[in-house]
Design a protein around this ligand. Structure first.
Ligand SMILES: [Zn+2]
Length: 463
């Protein structure tokens, strides 16, 4: 058999099993998985030695925001730097959120996102479509769906930025996506109670006393839990498929688990920062840098989130990458409501789950593959083309040394962000080598790919 590349002698990991095999790649696909391929290889075949290493499927980060403008600011990472960061972190597909403004058509928003990514992405990419104005935009859902975008997003918060959907819009979107075979992604926080609490804390005296900790004080656990309850209610009532993005609380996991046990079609993801950080970060002098929505919670939440990954309640770890520089973050000047919300993440997704999850025995290596690769691929309609290692799948794969660590230092990461929430952490699990559709794009921890290699991947959900 003619092969272009053989990954030799690694421990190949899928969500179900580990086996020692060579991986044969021809063109963009995996065409063989067997031992001894390298021994029979003709001289022109490129052989990459993976002995002593894990070979996992390229990870899928189903939640990134690259080249996002928020009005005041633009994220430091665009599709070039963000996908270089992805590659070095072992992520070979990112899914970004295309937005249409309230007065725009969905198509205008989608076209704008295609323009941001086309010719610039270094790994493959796809889009979810955010719906910000149901009355104006809902007629276009089918047309967007037919362009390979089966997942739509609504925000239960951010009325002030014109992004909020009310319960009627969520209910109607679930019905529509049920009928089309799509899925609704929801940012679940309860706007009205949240606003009341923000308003209550928003005094000079309080801000002076508590600083960035007010971000956590004004977003207690029930702000998320109440919204998750409502999403589940509407998913149950409509039979529409829901997916809770960036779930951060133990209560949220319990609610989703109970709904799933009841047959409600609701999936959920969590993020690495919720798994490894807690809200004590807000008390540090750099506390405002860690502000995200929702924010990191308590150690007990971390434990329930890890358990939710193990028990299957949570199908994916995704990063919600939304990178703002220190200078942008510093414009808050003591008022937490003015912090640009978000953190870098895509580059450290797999290293964090590997180091804190697998190496500390919270997850098996199979569960890492399940939550970073196969689970998101299934939920987002990329499976089995992506998210697993099998003959016929795209040759998206990552070689990981089981123990070699790198110390996180923003100066040496691919992200353009000038700080990192995990600065100084020693993490194993960075990609030694990354292949995206058969092309080696990371070699010996260095990006060697090409701007514009990444391709838009149209998706269809499994029914
Ligand atoms: Zn997000």
């Amino acid at each position: 058999m003619k092969l272009d590349t053989i990954i030799r002698g690694g421990r190949v990991v899928t969500a179900e099993e580990t086996f020692r095999a060579d991986v044969g790649i021809r063109g963009e696909r995996i065409v063989a998985l067997a031992s001894g391929l390298a021994r029979q290889a003709p001289p022109h075949t490129h052989v990459v030695d993976a002995r002593g290493c894990w070979v996992i499927p390229g990870a899928i980060d189903a939640h990134v925001h690259l080249d996002l403008g928020t009005g005041r600011f633009r994220t430091s990472d665009d599709f070039v730097s963000g996908t270089r960061a992805a590659a070095c972190g072992g992520v070979t597909t990112v899914i970004d959120f295309a937005h249409a403004e309230r007065d725009e058509s969905l198509q205008q928003g989608l076209d704008a996102w295609h323009a941001k990514a086309a010719g610039r992405a270094c790994v493959d990419y796809a889009f979810h479509m955010a719906i910000t104005n149901w009355d104006r935009q809902h007629r276009e859902i089918r047309r967007v769906f037919e362009q390979g975008i089966p997942t739509f997003k609504q925000y239960m918060v951010y009325a002030e930025r014109g992004l909020r959907s009310d319960d009627a819009a969520i209910f109607a979107a679930l019905e529509t996506l049920r009928d089309l075979g799509g899925r609704l992604l929801v940012h679940a926080e309860s706007q009205d109670v949240l606003n009341l609490l923000i308003h209550r804390h928003h005094t000079r005296a309080s801000m002076k006393r508590y600083g960035a900790s007010l971000h956590a004080r004004s977003r207690p656990h029930f702000v998320e839990a109440a919204a998750v309850e409502r999403v589940i209610r509407w998913a149950r009532a409509t039979g529409g498929p829901a997916y809770v993005v960036h779930l951060s609380t133990a209560e949220g996991v319990d609610l989703v688990a109970a709904a799933q046990a009841d047959g409600v079609d609701v999936l959920a993801e969590t993020c690495p920062h919720f798994l490894v950080l807690d809200d004590s970060v807000f008390a540090s002098p750099d506390g405002h840098l860690y502000a995200t929505c929702p924010q990191v919670k308590k150690p007990a939440d971390q434990r329930r989130l890890w358990r939710g990954l193990r028990d299957g309640t949570l199908c994916a770890v995704a990063t919600d990458t939304c990178t703002f520089s220190r200078k942008q973050k510093d414009t808050w000047r003591g008022d937490w409501t003015r912090i640009p919300m978000g953190m870098p993440g895509v580059e450290t997704l797999v290293p964090l789950v590997y180091t804190v999850g697998v190496r500390r025995r919270r997850l098996s290596i199979h569960q890492l593959v399940e939550k970073c690769c196969t689970g998101p691929a299934r939920a987002m309609g990329l499976y089995p083309r992506k998210g697993t290692l099998r003959v016929g799948s795209d040759a998206d794969l990552v070689i990981i040394h089981p123990a070699r660590t790198r110390t996180v230092d923003w100066r040496r990461l691919e992200s353009r962000c000038d700080w990192n929430p995990y600065q100084g952490w020693k993490l194993a699990g960075f990609a030694r080598d990354t292949f995206c559709r058969g092309r080696r794009i990371v070699k010996n921890y260095q990006f060697i790919g090409e701007v514009g290699y990444g391709r838009f991947i149209p998706r269809t959900l499994e029914r």
